[in-house]
Design a binder for this molecule. Structure first.
Ligand code: SF4
Length: 427
C-alpha cells in the first residue's frame, strides 16, 4: 500500500502537460515552503528532472518526504485552478515525488567555500534535517545529536508506512548527509552531553527534538502486552524485523487526530478485519483531516463517537476487551457501553512535551501548552544562541511546517554567525 505511488514517465509527462503554468499560481501560495510548482512541473514536461528537483529542493530540502506525507488535499492541490472547473487537480505531490526521486543528488547545489561557524542540532527529525542541510549549503558545519538508533524523526518512526516507508525516510536522511551534515545517533542530551557542552562546542544550537513519548489513557489494565502508544507502534512496524500483526483480528485505536487516522488506515491495509476508531467527541470535532477520515471509513473502519475507554480487560495477561462509557463533552458519563472484544489497542491521543530538556537551556521558555517560545520569523528563543522549530515549537504540525521552520532558523543562524546587521530578530 502506497498513498502516493511513484508515477511512470508516461504518467508524469501526461500530468505535467496538463498543468496550465498559471501566472500568480495559487498552488504556490498554499505551499508552506512556497515551492515554485508551475516551474518544476514545466521542467518535468521538458524532461529536465534535475532542474525540477533543484527547483523543489531550493525551496524545501525535504521535498522528497513532503511529496509523500504532505496533506496535499488541503494544501497545494486544494487550490489548483482545475478544481474551479470541477476537473481533477494536477497531482502535484506525485509529480514532486517523481522529480525528486529521479533528479535529486548532492551535486545539484553549488559546493560551499566553508568559513562559517558550527551549529549543534538536537534531534534528527524533519526540522533539524532541514535546518542542518540549509546551514551546510550556507557554508557552516552542522552536527545533529539524535538519541534514537535511527535518524529521520517522525518520518522514520511516526508516519504510517503506507505514506512513507523506512527506506524512503532514510533515503532522505542520506541526501541531507550528502550535503555535509553529520549525524551522531545514540546521543541523548543531558546524559553524557549537556546543554552547556553544546553551547560551548557550537556557535548556535537548534532544538528540533519534536515531542516526547506517547500520552497514556490512565485506565486500569493499560500497562502490558497488547496496548501500544501510536508512535511506538508505528516505529515498531517500520523498524523492527519480524514485527507482524499475525493473530490480530480486532483492533481499536483511540484518538481523533491524524496519527489515529494513519494507524486505522494502516491496520486496514495490513488486513485486520475489525478496526474501530474510538473518539471521545463527535466527528466534527476531530482534529484529523476530514478527507483522511472519509478514506478510513471507506476502507471499512468503524467510528465510535462520544466514547471513552474506562478499562482494558485482560485474561491471563492478554488483552481481550475494552470497557467503555458514553462521553459527553469529551468526558466519561456514568452510562456504560457494551464491552468491546479486542486483540489490540493503540492509543493515539498525543505526545508529551520535553520540558526537562528545554529547561536545561537558560532563557528558553515554554508556553502554557508546553511549546518552546520563539520569534515566529527567526525562530530564536529567549537565549540568543538557541533556536527552535518543528513540533517542539508548534506543538505538532506537518513535516512541511517543520521544513519551513528549520530553513528559516538556518538563515537566522547564518546571520547571527556572520554578524549581519539584520540580526536574528526578523527573518
Ligand atoms: Fe498547474 Fe494547478 Fe498550479 Fe495552475 S494551480 S500552476 S494548473 S498545479
Amino acid at each position: 500500500m502506497d498513498k502516493h505511488p511513484l508515477l511512470t514517465s508516461t504518467e508524469a509527462a501526461f500530468e505535467a502537460m496538463r498543468c496550465l503554468y498559471c501566472y500568480d499560481a495559487p498552488c504556490i501560495k498554499s505551499c508552506p515552503t512556497a515551492i515554485d510548482i508551475p516551474t518544476f512541473i514545466r521542467k518535468i514536461a521538458t524532461d529536465n528532472l534535475v532542474g525540477a528537483a533543484r527547483t523543489i529542493l531550493s525551496a524545501n530540502l525535504l521535498g522528497a518526504s513532503c511529496a509523500r506525507v504532505c496533506p496535499v488535499e488541503v494544501l497545494c492541490e486544494s487550490t489548483c485552478v482545475y478544481l474551479e472547473q470541477d476537473r481533477r487537480a494536477i497531482p502535484i505531490g506525485r509529480l514532486q515525488r517523481y522529480a525528486v526521486e529521479h533528479g535529486a543528488s548532492a551535486d545539484i547545489f553549488p559546493k560551499q567555500s566553508g568559513g562559517g561557524g558550527s551549529v549543534g542540532l538536537v534531534g534528527a527529525g524533519p526540522a533539524s534535517l532541514a535546518c542542518a542541510g540549509t546551514l551546510c549549503l550556507l557554508g557552516h558545519e552542522a552536527v545533529i545529536y539524535e538519541k534514537r538508533r535511527l535518524p529521520g524523526g517522525l518520518n522514520t518512526t511516526g508516519v504510517a508506512p503506507y505514506k512513507i516507508d523506512l527506506a524512503g525516510a532514510l533515503a532522505e536522511v542520506a541526501f541531507i548527509e550528502s550535503l555535509g551534515v553529520r549525524i551522531e545517533t545514540g546521543v541523548e542530551i543531558g546524559d553524557g552531553v549537556t546543554a552547556d557542552d553544546l553551547l560551548s562546542r557550537h556557535d548556535a544550537v537548534f532544538l528540533g527534538m519534536g515531542l516526547g513519548a506517547d500520552s497514556k489513557l490512565g485506565v486500569p489494565g493499560e500497562d502490558g502486552a497488547g496496548v501500544f502508544g501510536a508512535i511506538d507502534w508505528i516505529e515498531r512496524m517500520k523498524t523492527e524485523e519480524g514485527c507482524s500483526l499475525d493473530g490480530i483480528r480486532r483492533a481499536v485505536v483511540v484518538g481523533g487526530g491524524n496519527t489515529a487516522l494513519d494507524v486505522v488506515r494502516e491496520f486496514k491495509g495490513l488486513g485486520v478485519e475489525d478496526v474501530k476508531l474510538l473518539y471521545r467527541r463527535g466527528r466534527d470535532q476531530m482534529s484529523g483531516y476530514r478527507h483522511e477520515l472519509e478514506a478510513a471509513l471507506e476502507a471499512g473502519v468503524v467510528l465510535l463517537e462520544n466514547a471513552v475507554v474506562t478499562e482494558v480487560i485482560r485474561d491471563q495477561g492478554c488483552v481481550v476487551g475494552l470497557r467503555a462509557a458514553v462521553a459527553q463533552d469529551g468526558r466519561a458519563t456514568s452510562q456504560s457501553m457494551n464491552d468491546l472484544p479486542v486483540d489490540m489497542l493503540v492509543v493515539a491521543i498525543g505526545q508529551a512535551k520535553l520540558r526537562g530538556l528545554v529547561s536545561a537551556f537558560e532563557g528558553v521558555a515554554l508556553d502554557e501548552a508546553g511549546r518552546i517560545i520563539a520569534d515566529p520569523q527567526s525562530f530564536v528563543t529567549g537565549h540568543p544562541q538557541v533556536f527552535t522549530g518543528g513540533d517542539a515549537y508548534n506543538g505538532g504540525k506537518e513535516v512541511v511546517n517543520a521544513a519551513h521552520d528549520g530553513q528559516a532558523a538556518a538563515r537566522a543562524i547564518d546571520r547571527l554567525i556572520r554578524g549581519s546587521s539584520e540580526g536574528c530578530d526578523g527573518a
